[in-house]
Design a protein around this ligand. Structure first.
Ligand SMILES: O=C(O)CCC(=O)C(=O)O
Length: 255
């Protein structure tokens, strides 16, 4: 039995209270070596063939600056298994009910050019009723303030969705419009981690990250998303979002 499996009650309690929880050493040893080598192979062999919808570059003219990849479970069976395995069990423990796995993403901030992640709540993108979902963010290398660790507003999942709008940041098109409020900063927590550590956040938890100001360190992580099985699509919110996007594209002359 792994360390976290002996503490599921404490982890679930902390998650319910704070809206996030830190699970050290979620992947270790040979498992971690296999995970990172699979990510490296994916970057080498699969990323160059991905459609524009599944891979984003910090600088489009420089193929070494991949900042995000989506739907990795569709292109590589290892990630599909990883999504279904013990990470899904942990997601169930934390959400308190069965989950429906959604996908695996890659989040990088290349050295020097990796931009900040705008403050947001994942639930703004997910559009669920109730908004009860989780993202497991797995560090693939050491992350700290210098290379842009994730930051949370502790307890923010208890106060509903806040207003979002266009952020202008590729991969995180929507950011919070009224961030930061004084209370956000008072409850802000930076979460450094080492390779194999896991951060788990609720879909209503406000989070963000600074850019990568380091000279030569990347900031690589995987994101695994799970919806609670009881959630339905929020059809009204989805419709309103599509209309808002359409309106923005019209205003900016893009359509
Ligand atoms: O890696 C980041 O900077 C942000 C990740 C994120 O927004 C998420 O996992 O939901």
């Amino acid at each position: 039995m792994r360390h976290w499996e002996k503490q599921t009650t404490d982890l679930a309690h902390s998650f319910q209270l704070n809206g996030y929880v830190f699970v050290p050493n979620f992947v270790t040893g040979a498992d971690l070596a296999r995970l990172t080598s699979t990510v490296d192979r994916y970057l080498r062999e699969i990323a160059p063939q991905l459609p524009d919808t599944d891979v984003f570059y910090e600088d489009k003219t420089d193929r070494t600056t991949i900042k995000q990849m989506q739907h990795m479970h569709r292109h590589e069976p290892y990630f599909a298994e990883f999504l279904q395995g013990r990470a899904a069990r942990l997601a169930e423990v934390l959400l308190g009910e069965p989950v429906v796995p959604q996908g695996v993403e890659y989040f990088n901030k290349p050295a020097r050019v990796g931009k900040p992640t705008p403050a947001h709540q994942d639930g703004y993108y997910f559009k669920l009723l109730p908004n009860h979902a989780i993202t497991l963010w797995l560090a693939l290398e050491d992350v700290d303030r210098e290379n842009g660790c994730v930051r949370y507003v502790q307890g923010s999942h208890r106060h509903g969705l806040r207003a979002h709008g266009r952020s202008g940041v590729l991969g995180f098109s929507q950011g919070m419009l009224d961030f930061p409020q004084p209370d956000d900063l008072a409850h802000g927590v930076a979460c450094p981690a080492v390779a194999g550590d896991l951060l788990c956040h609720h879909s209503l938890t406000i989070h963000w990250a600074e850019g990568n100001t380091s000279a030569n360190r990347t900031r690589r992580a995987l994101g695994l998303v799970y919806y609670a099985a009881s959630c339905q699509d929020d059809v009204v919110a989805k419709q309103a979002y599509h209309e808002q996007l359409h309106q923005e594209l019209r205003t900016t002359g893009k359509i």
